[in-house]
Design a protein around this ligand. Sequence first.
Ligand code: KIV
Ligand code: ZN
Length: 385
Amino acid sequence: MRKIEIFDTTLRDGEQSAGVNLHTHEKLEIAYQLARYGVTVMEAGYPASSPGDFDAVSQIARAVRGCTIAGLARHVQGDIDAVWGALQHAEAPRLHLFIATSPIHMRDKLRMTPDQVFETAVAMVKYGARKFPDIEWSAEDATRSDWDFLAKIVTAVIDAGATVINLPDTVGYTTPHEYGSLFRYMLDHVPNIHKAKLSAHCHDDLGMAVANSIAAIEAGVHQVEGTINGIGERAGNASIEEIAVALAIRRDFYQAETGLDLTQTVRTSRLVSKLTGMVVPPNKAVVGANAFAHESGIHQDGVLKNVLTYEIIRPEMVGLSSNALVLGKHSGRHAFRGKCEELGLHLTDDEFNQLFQNFKLLTEKKKEVTDDDILALALEASANS
Ligand code: KIV
Ligand code: ZN
């Protein structure tokens, strides 16, 4: 079984979501839960960005055990020193260095030539390697970069001491086929590529972050990066829970495992949603409130006969106790009878037919019929009889 390492960046890229601002104690609570979930690496923050972030990263580094803790840095000595200051007590610290490699970012943002970017990258990886045995090097905006330039700079930073090479789709621009090809190109054109691990980091601007991450896994990456609930800049990052469950459900095809304790999925999702204030859409894959809810009569009938007819993920896998048959206008007699039995209503056939008719009338006025509604209908019927 191939191991896919999960690099969680909820506390760094995720916290970059508009409107999100976590306090240190909230970051710690999330960090403990991420460790319980079983992530391989957690990016605790960007220590040079503010004293508050430095403090949060230091506290996480001292307290959390069982996974690598990463800190982000630009290619600036002060940033690298700040990461070391914050991470020196971590069980396994990782320096995460990033610099842009696309023409538009180099010219208009960094105002550097490709040669200057190349030299700076090599110099800062060497500087970081004086303290850090584990250095992740990220080519920001890799998917809009020249592939030959990428191959050249990646070769050089591996020689300088980088242990992980990350090629982020910073602006969510790539598509699965292209992203997979980019990694295959690196595997073919970087002579020392096997001295480092390859990593994918996807954003969701075109709604393809998870699909792109899976394509990168197909191409051979060792690590995928993402956030809980897919939170992050603009449309967000790849959802870790979606990638992990996809690999688990399609183990037959991918023969890969993440090492995550998937029964912690919903708990982790709810904690992150509560502390960040970012509501999970009900139809979100894996963790949305409707992800295990069946409404139509045909589906409910199928699920009652054999749950696998319409449910590819068992709720228990992600830490839920059961699915939900939601009673609404599409529900049929079969599901309604099951609900009456569950509520302890012992009905003759005539009583059941009458109650079912009344229930159908109610669904014209109310989208979702609750247990209390059904009990009230039953009470009304017995009062009228
Ligand atoms: O999206 C991105 O390019 C990043 C880097 C800092 C890794 O988040
Ligand atoms: Zn990012």
